[in-house]
Design a binder for this molecule. Structure first.
Ligand SMILES: Nc1nc2c(ncn2[C@@H]2O[C@H](COP(=O)(O)OP(=O)(O)OP(=O)(O)O)[C@@H](O)[C@H]2O)c(=O)[nH]1
Ligand SMILES: [Mg+2]
Length: 362
């Protein structure tokens, strides 16, 4: 495990983003040895953190001999450049976006997903590299971003540009093949039910139960990256059920773009089943539900039939479940809410019945 220090600027000390980034970091294989947290309403323009905090960060990096600094926020190219200059080139700086891409990289197993992630990373870091060249801060030093290796930075930029082109062409060819798959699926002429929701809400667990599959679950954030579709027969109706990428708060636009093809499944769906983990604290549930609803409406609009599955009901008692459902109904007021346990297969047939009803209406 690699040692790392987490840095973050938040408006209050118990910000969920800190906990979320800690989890992302652990999942990416980092051992967090220290945290440098600053509470301020506006991040410092130059370094994200103020000068005093920056000194503190440099001391910690030296003290623990860490080679990786993880930022819970997104960094602007200029901030990245100045931080790199202050911390030294042997320190690897990752911000929230690169950390998420790191996890995606670990989880991806198809060549297409790998290419999408590499493309996203190249596009994201190109302005950072340009900044290093523009400000000529580092003589002839080398730079590299994670798995891309280390290049003199002028060469890095021309490498990155060429590589972006090559990947875009390859993805274009893959897209054509994917479209054929979707068309073939349409030819079968079965309606589509898309499972969606925050990462780790239980989508794949439910998919496995309904499709009698054994896809991997529970590895931590973004266990599923690739879309999977299976036929399900229930209550005299046949449909295709689709499991795919889960969401996270402030999902970087770049990640949404990279996985656009996956998200298009939501637009094609006849019914969307949105899962929410009811075993979490009300404030977390509320935030995750709002995030999920806003991504869904951004991708698929507001007029799609949607059912909220209040999942993991086996983990809470009756009175808490009742409160949680009330909360969900208040936020997702236009939609049916059905409590289920995907893991223990509780109330799932009722949920299926609701889905089939909705399919029937369309
Ligand atoms: N107790 C309980 N655990 C559940 C239930 N459903 C899912 N889980 C657990 O929650 C964790 C996440 O489940 P997944 O099915 O991987 O969640 P996901 O939504 O597919 O996650 P991503 O692929 O990361 O988006 C796993 O450890 C599951 O065993 C449930 O109904 N009850
Ligand atoms: Mg999954």
């Amino acid at each position: 495990m690699q040692k790392a220090v987490i840095v973050g600027v938040f408006q209050k000390s118990d910000d969920f983003r800190l906990r979320e980034v800690e989890e992302l970091a652990r999942n990416s294989g980092y051992l967090i040895v220290d945290k440098v947290i600053q509470i301020r309403s506006n991040p410092h323009a130059g370094y994200l953190i103020g000068p005093g905090k920056l000194r503190e960060l440099k001391d910690r990096v030296k003290k623990y001999g860490v080679k990786t600094v993880l930022f819970a926020n997104e960094l602007k190219p200029g901030q990245y450049f100045r931080l790199q200059k202050e911390l030294g080139l042997d320190v690897n700086i990752l911000d929230r976006v690169l950390l998420i891409l790191d996890i995606f990289d670990k989880r991806a197993f198809t060549s297409e997903a790998k290419l999408q992630i590499e493309l996203a990373r190249l596009k994201y870091t190109l302005p950072w590299a340009r900044e290093l060249v523009r400000l000529k801060g580092f003589g002839s030093e080398k730079m590299g971003f994670g798995s891309l290796g280390s290049y003199p930075y002028e060469a890095y930029i021309s490498f990155a540009r060429k590589r972006i082109k090559v990947i875009e062409e390859r993805l274009e060819r893959l897209k054509k093949r994917q479209e054929e798959v979707v068309i073939r699926r349409k030819e079968v002429d079965l309606p589509i039910v898309a499972l969606t929701g925050y990462t780790q809400s239980g989508k794949t667990t439910l998919f496995n139960l309904l499709a009698k599959e054994s896809k991997v679950t529970g590895l931590g954030p973004f266990t599923t990256l690739e879309t999977c579709a299976r036929r399900v027969d229930a209550y005299g109706k046949s449909f295709i059920i689709v499991d795919s990428l889960g969401f996270i708060d402030e999902m970087p636009q770049l990640v949404l773009d990279a996985f656009h093809a996956t998200l298009v499944e939501l637009r094609l769906a006849d019914v969307i089943a949105l899962l929410i983990d009811v075993s979490e604290a009300p404030s977390i549930m509320e935030r995750k539900l709002k995030t999920s609803l806003s991504i869904v409406s951004g991708v698929a609009g507001d007029n799609k039939p949607l059912i909220v599955a209040a999942n993991k009901m086996d983990l809470v008692g009756d009175s808490r479940l009742e409160k949680s459902i009330k909360l969900v109904k208040r936020i997702a007021c236009h939609y049916d809410v059905v409590p289920i346990s995907a893991k223990k297969a509780v109330n799932v047939s009722f949920f299926l019945k609701k889905i089939v009803e909705k399919l029937g209406k369309n």
